[in-house]
Write a protein that binds this ligand. Sequence first.
Ligand code: FAD
Length: 317
Amino acid sequence: MKVTDHLKQAKSTLFSIEILPPLKGKSIQSIFDGIDPLMEFKPSFVDVTYHREEYVYKKREGGFLEKVSTRKRPGTVGICAAIMNRYKVDAIPHIICGGFSVEETENALIDLHFLGIDNVLALRGDSIKSEPTFVPEPNGHAYAVDLVKQIRSLNSGKYMDEEMQQVAPTNFCVGVAGYPEKHFEAPNMTSDMLHLQSKINAGADYIVTQMFFDNKAYFDFVEKCNAMNINVPIIPGLKMLTTKKQLTILPKIFKIDIPFELHQAVEKCKNDAEAKQVGVEWCIAQSKELMQKGAPCLHYYTMGVSDSTRKVASAIF
Ligand code: FAD
């Protein structure tokens, strides 16, 4: 079922989760072990992130270094199929522009359509570590808006080969990313919001936000969206802080702020176990307020740590 239909039918705020594929070589059981404890809260959908290739240097005979392309967390599509099969819940693959030509994207979308997947989260993806800025694949998309346009075209039966006859259209519901604290590359919030608006105008059906720890950032973002006639559902993305180190790691990786009050509370913790408890309590408070103020769904970035998500879900749903 489409995310938009889940939201239309909802009588109260929905619960959803996001998971990462396991590291290459690990079994899918690690995914099930993370989802099993959360199923009693009836997630409406489970997002599965996509991880593009990275380059690593391998030592070869004679001391030479060989540059090798590797994907550390493959399996997004297979995991989605396995989740749908095991839990009978909608799984949402993330699809990215990086590393894909438009033809490869089309073929990937055909696979997803054949698997009965109704939703995709369309993203640009980040640059690979060896590149200072994002470089699209030759004949690939430079921005998520172009990916949204391609999915919309396929939904109206327009494949790349325009001469194809009697084609079957796809029917994807398309989500896109939004950044309450601005995307780190955007020179200012206004330009970022205008680019978000163009993703919606291109046919995106809903927005999932980057994580935030201060609800004011989300409420201000929703207000800005409303002022720009962005009227699609805006699903807040939430993460629980789980270690003391995340006080510095999360701002560095995700370019988000940790509010001073949370920062202080975590600093006072003697160990990670205490920090994790603070993270859970903070997230429960965030969730309660978001729910009370009408957020359509609370989307939790589990990042492989389902015990914290379980504690929050038990308090909220
Ligand atoms: P875009 O919407 O294309 O925006 C990228 C930047 O370009 C922004 O600064 C924007 O303002 C600017 N911009 C947009 N359009 C234009 C234009 N036409 N001209 C000039 N500038 C423009 N990454 C992964 O690799 N895999 C995942 O599974 C994944 N899941 C995510 C899930 C969520 C909910 C979020 C919030 C992010 C996720 N990401 C994921 C990270 C995401 O790929 C990065 O944040 C990436 O840098 C931007 O992706 P985007 O889709 O927001 O890009």
